[in-house]
Design a protein around this ligand. Structure first.
Ligand code: PBG
Length: 336
């Protein structure tokens, strides 16, 4: 035996209080953003087959009651996804004054005022008959999503959301220049104080599948690989995030979260001065849920471990379908 004292990290792991005092990462309710699906022409909340435990809400008291309960649990940030009653080529229900999101934002603002921050997902896929994140054009016999034509449409949708009262616009289309186009439109129309949370590094991921069932937003043809990022690329995320920051993003995002912890760390290290959101997406949610329903994992411990990992990797904000459960579980005491 060497003649020196054994270094003993275990001293600080003796019991829960000792572990708590040196814990580097702590999830609080202020880290969490709750996604809510809102569907037009619905009267009662509706189950989503691919996402057990998540519901689609109608634009009525059922929605307000759910938000009130979530507020009671400690939730202060919500992100809204709309499911319109009609779709067309140019996603006109996404910018209609009485569109599903516009009506919902007004109703929630009228009820909750400044008590909640409302974030609105800004995209066309749920509102367009073709299910893509922009304007589709025919070019040399194939259909493509036209970048620059799409910018005008995204700016228009963003403005209509701001007019309805959204606090933060979250462009999720991955069109080049979309953040700049939205910033300009908002500024020119007196919405200098409306913030932008950009889905900056959004990967073309299979883990969005349950969401596409939830929001009926599966592309009608092709896929999203010409605009969303290639899962094989890491450093490219830095380029995407840098461009969004230059164009005026206030908060940037990595999506998915659990499958892309390395990207969260990379982006946080490159831009530590910018708030970073991470989206624990539908497929990541449903995988945990499925294992839990089968009794293969302890749902509470798994969710707390994964959410903590996302924060430990560098996320400041976490969008998660588990937000309500997490705030309850925090109150019961972390399972570490
Ligand atoms: C686009 C959008 C999507 C998600 C959030 N915003 C779907 C997509 O890009 O196909 C996915 C979120 C999730 O899977 O939880 N409006």
């Amino acid at each position: 035996m060497a003649n020196f004292p054994i270094v003993r990290p275990r001293r600080l792991r003796q019991n829960k209080l000792m572990r708590d005092i040196i814990a580097e990462t702590e999830i609080t309710e202020k880290d969490l953003i709750l996604p809510i699906f809102i569907k037009e022409n619905l009267s009662e909340p509706e189950k989503i087959n691919s996402m057990p435990g998540v519901l689609r809400y109608p634009i009525n008291d059922n929605l307000l009651k759910f938000i009130e309960e979530s507020y009671g649990n400690g939730i202060r940030y919500i992100i809204l996804f709309g499911i319109p009653s009609y779709k067309d080529d140019i996603a006109s229900s996404a910018f209609a004054k009485d569109g599903v999101i516009q009506k919902s934002v007004k109703m929630i603002k009228d009820t909750f005022g400044e008590k909640l921050i409302i974030i609105t997902d800004e995209c066309t896929d749920e509102y367009a008959s073709h299910g893509h994140c922009g304007i589709v054009k025919e070019r040399r016999g194939t259909y493509v999503v036209d970048n620059d034509e799409s910018l005008k449409l995204h700016a228009k949708i963003a403005l209509s959301q701001a007019e309805a009262g959204s606090d933060i616009i979250a462009p999720s289309s991955m069109m080049d220049g979309v953040v700049g186009a939205i910033r300009k439109e908002l500024d020119e129309n007196g919405f200098q104080d409306t913030a932008i949370m950009a889905y900056s590094a959004k990967y073309a991921s299979t883990f969005y599948s349950p969401f596409r069932e939830a929001a009926y937003s599966k592309p009608g043809f092709g896929d999203r690989k010409s605009y969303q990022m290639d899962p094989r690329n890491g450093y490219e995320a830095i380029k995407e995030v840098r461009l969004d920051i230059e164009e005026g993003a206030d908060i940037v995002m990595v999506k998915p979260a659990h499958t892309y912890l390395d990207i969260i760390r990379l982006v946080k290290s490159a831009f530590p001065e910018y708030p970073l959101a991470a989206y624990h997406v539908s497929g990541e949610y449903s995988m945990i849920k499925a294992a839990a329903i089968n009794g293969w994992i302890d749902e509470r411990v798994a969710v707390m471990e994964i959410t903590t990992a996302i924060k430990r990797a560098g996320a400041d904000l976490i969008i998660t379908y588990y937000a309500n459960e997490i705030v309850k579980w925090i109150r019961e005491g972390v399972p570490f």
